[in-house]
Design a binder for this molecule. Structure first.
Ligand code: SF4
Length: 521
C-alpha cells in the first residue's frame, strides 16, 4: 500500500510504501523449464520467511517510487513483511531526493531522527537510498550519518539485500549449485515446454495485483542541464536491454498489470548510449531506440496500455511519434518539458533548444498524433531571469495551451553548475509571484481543455477507488471519477467507457457506459 502524505510541492511525492502480504507471500515458486526445483531449495527459501518487518519512506519523483517498490519486492522475496509503524520495523529504508531543498531537508531530518530508533535495538538495519547517496556515498555523508548501516545508490537494492543475507546467501548458493546440476541432468531427459520460465512475483496493492506499473528503461542522465543534480546523483545514461524489459513487462502482466509506463530521465534517448558513432557521424549498425522498444512491448499479450516519460525536446524523433500514432496500446500522452520560454534563459540552463524550436516541436507532435495530450515542466526564477524574459515563458504557455504544466520555483542545488557559477538573483517573493501567475494561467487552460470533453465518451482504465468512487485515467492521462451506483460489481482493472458529466481543471466525473474490449497485440 502506498500512502501519500500531503506535500506542499506538487512535483515531489512523499510516500510510505508498505505492501500487505499476499496469501502466498512466503512462497516463491521457482521453476525452470516447467520443472520445480528441488524441495530442499523451496524449503530454504520458505525457511527465510518472516525474518522481520520493513518500512520504506520515499520522497521524490516517480523513479524513486518505482525504486522503492523494487526494494519492497526484494525484501518480501527474502522473507520480510511490511509495516506501517516505523517503530516496529527491523529495517527502515529512506529513499531520498535532492531536487528541491525542501525534499533534501526532509531526508536529512528523517535520517537524523532515526538515531534513537537504531540505538534502541542494535540489530536493526537503517538504509539510506536515492539521490542523497548518489552513485557512490561520499565520506562526508558516511561521517554525517554513522548510524546508517547501508548506503544504496538509486535503483540499486543490491547492497541492502546482500547486507541482510550474507550467511544465507552462501548456504543457498551451495544448495542452488547442487540443485542446478541435478536439474540440468533431469532436463536432458525431457522436452522443454514452450514459454516456461522462472515465475516473477510483483507488487500487490492491498493484497490485490497492481493495475499500473512503472518500468525503468534508462537509468541516469548524461545531459547535464545547469540546474540539475540528477546526472551527478544517478550517473551516466544506461539503457536496459529490450529483452530484459519485455520479460519484466510480461511478468507484470501475468500478475494483473494492464498498463506500464516506461521511465527514463530522458526516455526518448533510450538506446542512444549503445551507439558508437563513427567520425562522419554515421552509425555502424542501427541499435534499438525507443520506437523499437515500444513495438516490442506492444507485442506483450494481455497488456492494454503503454506510456513513456520523460522526453527531452531534442530527441523526440518521428519514429517515436509514429509509434505513438500507429500502435494502439501506446497512449496519446507525451511529457516533454520546456523549462523556460526565453532563449537566453534556455541557453543558461543548457537545454539545447530555443523557444521557437520548442513551439515547432509541439506543433509537429500535434500534427502527427491526433488527440495527443502534451505536458510540460517549467522552472520560474532561474538565475538572471528578468521580468521580460519571464513574460516570454508566460506567453509560451498561454499560446501552446499544454494539457498539464508541472511548475517549480528555482532553488540552487548544491554541486550543480548553476549553484557553482551563477547567482540566484531573483528574489523569493518574485519567484512566488511568477509561479502563481503561471499556476492561474494553467488552471484556466486545463479547465478549458477538460470542458471540451463534457458529454463526450472516453476510455478509462479503472485503477482503484477513491472516497467511494471508481478512479480511472483516460488515454491522455486525465483523471476521471465514476459513480459506483452506475454499475454493480468490481471495476478495478477494467477498461470501460464513461460519459463525462462534469469537468474541472484537475479532474472530471463520468457516468459508466459500458465495458470496452482491450486492444490485443
Ligand atoms: S535532462 Fe536535464 S533536467 Fe532532465 S535529468 Fe538530465 S540533466 Fe536533469
Amino acid at each position: 500500500m502506498t500512502k501519500r502524505n500531503p506535500n506542499p510541492d506538487p512535483e515531489i511525492f512523499e510516500l510510505t510504501t508498505t505492501r500487505k502480504p499476499e496469501a502466498d507471500a512466503d512462497t516463491i515458486v521457482l521453476q525452470q523449464g516447467g520443472v520445480p526445483l528441488h524441495d530442499a531449495v523451496q524449503d530454504t527459501l520458505q525457511a527465510s520467511a518472516d525474518r522481520g518487518a520493513y518500512h520504506i519512506w520515499t520522497i521524490g519523483c516517480q523513479m524513486n517510487v518505482a525504486d522503492s517498490n523494487h526494494v519492497a519486492a526484494e525484501l518480501e522475496r527474502i522473507g520480510y513483511r511490511p509495516t506501517e509503524a516505523m517503530d516496529e520495523a527491523d529495517i527502515v529504508v529512506l529513499n531520498t531526493c535532492v531536487v528541491r531543498q525542501s525534499a533534501e531537508d526532509k531526508g536529512i531530518g528523517k535520517a537524523s531522527n532515526l538515531k534513537p530508533w537504531k540505538r534502541n535495538r542494535s540489530n536493526r538495519t537503517l538504509a539510506l537510498m536515492g539521490c542523497m547517496v548518489g552513485v557512490k556515498p561520499s565520506p562526508q555523508l558516511r561521517a554525517r550519518f554513522p548510524h546508517v548501516d547501508v548506503f544504496m545508490p538509486p535503483s540499486e537494492p543490491g547492497p541492502l539485500i546482500t547486507h541482510l543475507q550474507q550467511d544465507q546467501i552462501a548456504a543457498e548458493s551451495a544448495l542452488f549449485e547442487t540443485e542446478q546440476i541435478a536439474h540440468r541432468h533431469a532436463m536432458q531427459d525431457i522436452v522443454q515446454p514452450a514459454g516456461a520460465g522462472q515465475s516473477i512475483r510483483h507488487l500487490a496493492v492491498n493484497g490485490e495485483a497492481a493495475v499500473t506499473a512503472h518500468v525503468p528503461v534508462v537509468y541516469g542522465c548524461s545531459h547535464a542541464c545547469t540546474f540539475c543534480i540528477i546526472p551527478f546523483r544517478r550517473g551516466i545514461e544506461r539503457s536496459r536491454p529490450v529483452d530484459e524489459i519485455v520479460s519484466e513487462v510480461r511478468g507484470l502482466v501475468a500478475q494483473g498489470v494492464r498498463e506500464v509506463t516506461l521511465l527514463g530521465q530522458i526516455v526518448d534517448r533510450y538506446g542512444h548510449d549503445w551507439r558508437n558513432g563513427t567520425e562522419n557521424g554515421s552509425l555502424p549498425s542501427r541499435q534499438p531506440d525507443l520506437a523499437d522498444l515500444l513495438h516490442a512491448v506492444h507485442e506483450v499479450e494481455g497488456l492494454w496500455r503503454i506510456r513513456f516519460l520523460t522526453s527531452h525536446p531534442n530527441y523526440m524523433s518521428d519514429r517515436i511519434l509514429e509509434a505513438v500514432r500507429d500502435l494502439p496500446k501506446v497512449c496519446e500522452h507525451i511529457e516533454v518539458p520546456t523549462q523556460a520560454g526565453n532563449d537566453e534563459v534556455l541557453a543558461r540552463m543548457k537545454r539545447g533548444y530555443t523557444q521557437a524550436q520548442y513551439r515547432e516541436l509541439v506543433d509537429h507532435i500535434r500534427a502527427t498524433v491526433p488527440q495527443v495530450a502534451i505536458n510540460t515542466d517549467i522552472i520560474v526564477g532561474f538565475c538572471g531571469e528578468t521580468d521580460p524574459q519571464f513574460d516570454e515563458t508566460y506567453q509560451l504557455l498561454a499560446d501552446l495551451k499544454m494539457d498539464k504544466a508541472h511548475l517549480a520555483r528555482y532553488s540552487p542545488r548544491p554541486g550543480t553548475v548553476s549553484e557553482r557559477r551563477m547567482e540566484d538573483d531573483v528574489p523569493e517573493a518574485e519567484k512566488v509571484r511568477r509561479h502563481k501567475a503561471l499556476e492561474q494561467l494553467q488552471a484556466q487552460v486545463c479547465g478549458e481543455i477538460n470542458a471540451r470533453l463534457l458529454g463526450e465518451t472516453v476510455e478509462l482504465l479503472i485503477e482503484g477507488q477513491h472516497k467511494g468512487k471508481w478512479r480511472g485515467r483516460t488515454r491522455q492521462n486525465k483523471l476521471v471519477f465514476v459513480n459506483p451506483e452506475d454499475r454493480a460489481g468490481d471495476l478495478r482493472g477494467r477498461l470501460v467507457e464513461a460519459q463525462i458529466t462534469w469537468t474541472g481543471p484537475w479532474s472530471m466525473q463520468g457516468r459508466y457506459v459500458q465495458e470496452r474490449s482491450p486492444v490485443e497485440a
